[in-house]
Design a protein around this ligand. Structure first.
Ligand code: ADE
Ligand code: ZN
Length: 336
């Protein structure tokens, strides 16, 4: 598993903040936390659902204050990911919680791109930034966020949408995604995590997003599954996250193989690894164990991770050559 080159397409940078670092950053920045030690923090990670998790997650975000904090966070994640065979990491990051606390966008994005550039040099991992808005806020706030990141246009590859899903359908953000698309950003949207399959359809029809983050609920709707396969819409699934947030209570019934068999380009990702008990390889391992995935199925998953990435086909040629040694397979993988 570690040896296989892979891309991670769905990881929130804030969700990679390990308890030890949360305590360290809190002390460094003079931020009070309701937990005194990493052990107390880990004990608090018994979530009842997405909204309950998000309240802990946003408390964790409070310890990140300076450009250096964002750089260190990014470096720690990318180094760890590189150690798990990740060659390409597309990282979601939500500036709004930090803007609320008066932290300038330049400190946030500046620190992240410093980290990306540093680990590209030291470990050869290709990091990319996706800026994400919170759907429990207004669309006006999301449009304002797009304006704020404009000076960083060259360093922000894509735009996403996360946060509390129930009651906040994708269509609420149709203008945000239209504006992002008009500015040439790649687009992805959380849908069908706690929300219904209809939110996945809405993300495609009203927001025209290219990728769906999670998409778990889509599996219950055969017409939608057929559409995802037909249109080759990548789902960035996160098994350990879904388990820890009670989206599913048992990975042996996880719909990943059913979706794969139907031809949907499913991928495996970690979401918020510091909170959910595993980085990308632990997620591969958990579904492999639960579903008894074959080597060929795991190879399909890693291949999907590259073909579903927002990297240019040319950038992916080398890695596909490793994954598909036969020349005829390379062109199929790269899609050119
Ligand atoms: N932000 C961080 N993790 C998230 C998740 N699992 N769902 C929605 N928004 C998130
Ligand atoms: Zn997510």
């Amino acid at each position: 598993m570690t040896a296989l080159p892979k891309a991670e397409l769905h990881v929130h940078l804030e969700g990679t903040l390990e308890p030890e670092d949360m305590v360290r950053f809190a002390a460094r920045n003079g931020v009070g936390l309701p937990w005194r030690s990493p052990e107390e923090l880990r004990a608090a990670y018994a979530f009842t659902g997405l909204e309950n998790f998000l309240s802990v997650y946003f408390q964790g975000c409070r310890v990140l204050c300076t450009r250096e904090d964002f750089r260190e966070l990014t470096v720690a994640y990318l180094q760890r990911a590189a150690g798990q065979g990740v060659r390409r990491a597309e990282m979601l990051f939500g500036p709004q919680a930090f803007l609320d606390r008066g932290i300038p966008i330049g400190e946030q994005v500046g620190g992240i791109v410093d980290g990306i550039d540093e680990v590209r040099e030291t470990h050869g991992i290709d990091g990319a930034l996706l800026v994400s808005a919170h759907r429990h806020r207004s669309e006006g706030d999301a449009l304002e966020l797009l304006e704020l990141v404009r000076p960083w246009r060259e360093r922000v590859l894509g735009i996403g949408l996360g946060g509390a899903e129930r009651g906040n359908p994708p269509a609420k953000f149709a203008r945000y995604f239209d504006a992002a698309c008009a500015e040439g950003y790649r687009t992805t949207c959380h849908a069908g995590e706690e929300g219904p399959a209809a939110y996945v359809t809405e993300a495609l029809d009203a927001c025209h997003v290219e990728r769906i983050d999670h998409g778990y609920a889509a599996a219950e709707n055969p017409d939608l599954v057929a559409r995802l396969a037909d249109e080759q819409v990548t789902l960035t699934m996160c098994p350990l996250s879904n388990l820890r947030l009670h989206v599913t209570d048992d990975l042996t019934t996880y719909p990943l193989r059913r979706l794969l068999d139907a031809g949907v380009p499913v991928t495996v990702n970690s979401d918020d690894p510091a909170y959910f008990g595993g980085y990308v390889n632990e997620n591969y391992q958990a579904v492999t164990d639960a579903l008894d995935l074959t080597e060929a199925e795991v190879t399909t998953l890693v291949r999907n991770s590259f073909s579903g990435s927002f990297a240019h086909a040319e950038e992916l040629r080398d890695v596909f050559e490793e994954l598909c040694p036969k020349a005829s397979d390379v062109s199929r993988c790269v899609g050119s």
